[in-house]
Design a protein around this ligand. Sequence first.
Ligand code: 6PG
Length: 245
Amino acid sequence: MTIVVRPTADDVAAIAADEIMRTAEAAIEERGAFHWAISGGSTPGAIYQNLAANVGFRGLVPVVHLYWVDDRTVPPTHVDSNVRLAMETLIEPARFARDNVHPPISDAADLEAETQRYEEILRKRLPAGVNSMPCFDLITLGLGGDGHTASLFPDTSALKETKRAWVVNDVPQLRARRLTLTFPVLSAARSLAFVVTGSGKACVVADILLPRPHTPPPPAAIAAQSNANVTWFLDEGAAEEMGRT
Ligand code: 6PG
């Protein structure tokens, strides 16, 4: 595990974008394409804008394939849509071709059928990794104050999933349904990158990276512990509890 700390959220967006670029170049060099699962929320937009403005990254776009880590069950035009976030900050500005963008249909009438459809796409397009799970080159993740990552929230059913790659998750604490990748997929990925900014996340970051004995790990800790190639990108606010004893 690697921990990268930079002064500000903008510095974190820049260094994370550089690292994504390096990971993409290595994947394309070795396998001819870069399969990347992207998150939503308020943190990654700056990274996507950074990459979309990068001429080198735009040169890679023809062999970069985008998938979603999770989404809210809303139309892609909705303000809360993770598909919309990526369309506006990355896909349209970087001129991704439609064939390289693989969004879920998050407002499908039959969400269970939709998760089957999306799972088939992941299993068809991605090489099989550990436990025959679809293997991404990179999955970029955020972190919620409650320790959730993707839409793997504490005490929700998706935490127990061991066979499926993509599921519907009922999240009572949000009174909402989410679509999300599961722990086995996060574990099978070639690399995971957590991007976390703001002092509001400092306690949960320290709970994960400096776990106290006899304390149950939050979902993000379980994800991080399941993969041998994890990088944490933190700003000084999110890292401010890392000195605690
Ligand atoms: C989502 C995300 C989720 C997010 C965290 C952190 O759809 O909300 O994928 O896992 O990464 O909730 O969100 P912020 O970046 O807004 O703090």
